[in-house]
Write a protein that binds this ligand. Structure first.
Ligand SMILES: *[C@@H]1O[C@H](CO)[C@@H](O)[C@H](O)[C@H]1NC(C)=O
Length: 124
């Protein structure tokens, strides 16, 4: 291996400079879902909002947001890309996927550990 001394010196300088930049402090946050709730009916193929309370939102949110569909408390489909939970300002619009109509679906909002909504209905 033939690295010049100046290359190694500048690489070390770069590493030293970047490692001294500390990340902003972040907090654990599991936002509470306000929609869907018990009694909500989503129709396949329509756009709906998943909404959550921002009342206790910390200044720095540690994890990206993600909306996942669950059935009987088991995650079955990811409905959103990873998004900036803090910038989303309490809602994210998703399209209701084509699934077998039933009343035992939940939304999981991440968050840190994932908050489950109550069971709600998806209909054709
Ligand atoms: C989602 O919520 C936003 C903000 O309140 C609103 O502008 C938009 O129309 C809503 N979309 C749907 C599909 O309800």
């Amino acid at each position: 291996m033939m690295f010049s001394t100046s290359f190694i010196a500048s690489a070390l300088a770069f590493l030293t400079a970047t490692s001294s930049v500390s990340a902003a402090p972040t907090d654990v946050w599991d936002p509470t879902i306000t929609s869907p709730v018990a009694g909500t009916v989503w129709v396949i193929g329509t756009e709906v909002n998943v909404t959550w309370s921002t009342a206790n939102e910390p200044a720095q949110v540690s994890n990206g947001g993600k909306v996942v569909l669950a059935q009987n408390k088991a995650e079955i489909l990811t409905l959103s890309p990873s998004f900036d939970l803090a910038a989303a300002d309490g809602f994210f619009t998703v399209t209701v996927p084509v699934v077998v109509p039933n009343d035992n679906y939940q939304i999981v909002l991440f968050g840190d550990s994932g908050d489950f909504s109550p069971s709600f209905t998806i209909s054709a």
